[in-house]
Design a protein around this ligand. Structure first.
Ligand SMILES: O=C(O)C1=C[C@@H](OP(=O)(O)O)[C@@H](O)[C@H](O)C1
Ligand SMILES: C=C(OP(=O)(O)O)C(=O)O
Length: 446
């Protein structure tokens, strides 16, 4: 085991310039592997994110029976086993740091009469799994879990999984997706109702793989229904660049004076662009160029010019469309004139870390005035504020690590981030891309 520990230090150097392509979307990459496994035939995936979270899902899909190989052009080929035909894994499925991977796979396993054990790292083992296990229990699975429904845990799917109608108690695409994927193996129609739209990649991709998925507007919200025991046909997927990774480059270019950067091929799904909407409200000069459709998703190139930002209030209803982008928004807010208030962000407390607490601690370490409540955060920004000089704990959270390195690229004093290896979970090329654009981030062994 490699026990070497590192820190990363970001220092303001000069403007960021040029064009960059951030890696493939993490949400779409997980789902492409999963649906490729559930389909009959060979699916080819181009542009898959090859980061730790997605590799954990690939390993789990292999353990469930899929054959997955990389071809000579770097594309992934998956020979699926078909709905209802998954193999029982011989060893625990280790999802490392990946919430999406573990929760969606629980849904898939639930739809099969097999048992599986799920494990993860210290961060994933702290995160709540009851939000997924509870609807799956209603459908008939057996669960053996630690107190509070934490990992490690085991589930067994029944011979016949019962369909349910489930109104999401929390705005979560992971819960919605887990129930819909379980519903694929149920005897009858499963419906999930969401009050606030969350990312819809599962529904879109199920349709692309040949399943029938219905959406209806009801008094309770949008109802998404899937008939069980449908067959999926293999499908080729092109994965667009991840807007949640693009967010770091976009905010860096906005706050480092004189910058102009183009981030190419970025997914522009309406359920993922809350940060772009917010940054525009803050006065950011952001242009979407070359907008086009690919594989059922809208994509485009985003041109960002360093801008004078002003504080805004971000409404709670926007949270699902930018849930992973709040840490880096807090960094942008530190460089804006006046307060930025983020409302209804309690979900940040159950991510890879308690992100509300971790962001507040990182801002405090770098002299940024702010106030945090149970489900809100206010950052009192100041244009050209004399900030930085802090050392930030990352708590196994890639987004905390990248956000505070971005802060360091524009701060008066360098910012050091502990354990930057966590960045490998979602954005392995973060450091080289930011440095090639003109940033200074140095790794040091400690
Ligand atoms: O479905 C997905 O791919 C994701 C959903 C979100 O989680 P929640 O469903 O818990 O909001 C998000 O934070 C995560 O990074 C990816
Ligand atoms: C919350 C995240 O991921 P996950 O839930 O898949 O671990 C994230 O990537 O910010």
């Amino acid at each position: 085991m490699d026990t070497k520990r590192q820190v990363a230090t970001a220092t303001a150097r000069g403007p960021l310039t040029g064009s960059m392509r951030v890696p493939g979307d993490k949400s779409i990459s997980h789902r492409a592997l999963m649906l490729g496994t559930l389909a009959v035939g060979r699916s080819t995936i181009s542009g898959l994110l090859t980061a730790e979270d997605v590799m954990a899902t690939a390993a789990a899909m292999r353990a469930l029976g899929a054959t997955i190989v990389t071809d000579s052009t770097g594309r992934l080929q998956i020979d699926g086993v078909g709905v209802g035909a998954l193999a029982e894994p011989e060893a625990p499925l280790d999802f490392g740091n990946a919430g999406t991977g573990v929760r969606l796979t629980m849904g898939i396993v639930a739809g099969h009469p097999i048992a599986a054990t799920f494990v993860g790292d210290a961060s994933l083992s702290r995160r709540p799994m009851g939000r997924v296990l509870n609807p799956l229990r209603q459908m008939g699975i057996e669960v053996v879990a630690r107190e509070g429904d934490r990992l490690p845990l085991s589930i067994r799917g029944p011979k016949t999984l019962a369909p349910i109608r489930y109104v999401l108690p929390v705005a979560s695409a992971q819960v919605k997706s887990a129930v819909l994927l379980a519903g694929l193996g149920a005897a009858g129609e499963t419906t999930v109702v969401e009050k606030v739209p969350t990312r819809d990649h599962t529904e879109r991709m199920l349709t692309a793989f040949g399943a029938t998925v219905h959406r209806t507007e009801t008094d309770e919200g949008t109802a998404i229904s899937i008939e069980g025991r449908q067959h999926l046909r293999a499908c080729d997927v092109t994965v667009p660049a991840d807007p949640s990774s693009a967010a770091f480059a976009i905010v860096a270019a906005l706050i480092v004076p004189g910058s102009e950067v183009v981030v190419t091929d970025v997914l522009l799904n309406p359920a993922r662009i809350g940060l772009l909407v917010t940054l525009r409200e803050m006065g950011a000069e952001l242009a979407v160029e070359n907008e086009r459709d690919t594989g059922g998703e809208r994509i485009g190139d985003i041109r960002v010019v360093a801008s004078r930002l002003r504080g805004v209030t971000v409404p709670a209803a926007r949270a699902p469309a930018m849930i992973d982008e709040y840490p880096v928004l807090a960094v942008a807010a530190a460089f804006a004139e006046g307060p930025t208030t983020m409302e209804g962000i309690g979900e940040l407390r159950v991510k890879e870390s308690d992100r509300l607490a971790a962001v507040a601690a990182g801002l405090a370490a770098n002299g940024v005035p702010h106030e945090a409540g149970t489900d809100w955060l206010r950052v009192d920004g100041r244009v050209g504020g004399a900030i930085g000089g802090g050392r930030v704990a990352t708590h196994l959270d890639h987004r905390i690590a990248m956000s505070f390195l971005v802060l360091g690229l524009a701060a008066d004093k360098p910012v050091t981030v502990e354990d930057p290896a966590v960045i490998q979970t979602s954005f392995p090329t973060f450091l080289p891309l930011m440095c090639d654009a003109g940033g200074s981030i140095i790794l040091e062994d400690v």
